[in-house]
Write a protein that binds this ligand. Structure first.
Ligand code: SIN
Ligand code: MN
Length: 201
């Protein structure tokens, strides 16, 4: 088993997924996106986020003029697709066999997109870690502290990297400053996909 490296308590399993597993996962995600298409979320202040996203699982993460929240259905009214087995397998190996995640958020980063520093705190129970999988182009991931501000450190996440934000690092501020568009050939159109699995309730 790959030994994780730690960045401010975030455990990063570099190169955990083989190219074959990554390619199969992309196929699974295409099926998810047919059922629950990617959409551009809008913040409560009306600003469009630069990433596009969708979800799999019992609940999905949405944001619109009413704010951020988990919902039982995609904005179209469709039920969210099931979380792909590969993803559940990773969760069971790295996190727990006692319960599966409720939500697998699927973010797509096209050219020039980023995600500002934020905490993942819309879940009810922070004892469960967030498991994150990177696919496609490299992304510069920044990790700060559990309060806003202060020093930060960054690492390039590559396709097949898997990380856990748990324990002391469950509520660290994190974000993606930029991607190296076209650095991977996994996605024919380029870009980066990030999956984050969360226990919500
Ligand atoms: C997120 O925090 O939702 C995404 C992190 C990432 O894209 O690596
Ligand atoms: Mn996050």
């Amino acid at each position: 088993m790959t030994v994780p490296v730690s960045l401010r308590g975030v455990q990063i399993y570099q190169g955990l997924l083989t190219p074959e597993v990554q390619a199969n996962l992309v196929e699974d995600l295409r099926a998810c996106a047919r059922q629950a298409p990617f959409f551009t979320p809008v913040t409560a202040s009306g600003k469009a986020m630069s990433v596009r996203l969708t979800s799999a699982g019992r609940m999905g993460w949405v944001s619109d003029r009413r704010g951020y929240r988990y919902e039982r259905r995609h904005p179209s009214g469709a039920v969210w697709p099931a979380i792909p087995e590969t993803v559940l397998g990773l969760w069971r190996d790295l996190v727990s066999r006692d319960r599966d995640p409720d939500c697998c958020l699927i973010n797509y980063y096209g050219e020039g997109t980023r995600m500002g520093l934020h905490q993942d705190r819309d879940e009810a129970d922070f004892h469960w870690p967030v498991l994150s999988i990177s696919l496609g182009d490299e992304g510069l991931f920044r990790v700060g502290n559990t309060t806003r501000g202060g020093k930060t450190d960054s690492v390039w996440l590559r396709s097949g990297d898997v990380l856990l934000m748990g324990g002391e690092a469950r509520l660290v501020y994190h974000g993606v400053d930029r991607i190296r568009f076209g650095s991977s050939r996994l996605l024919p159109q380029g870009g980066r996909i990030n999956l984050t699995c969360r226990v919500v309730t």
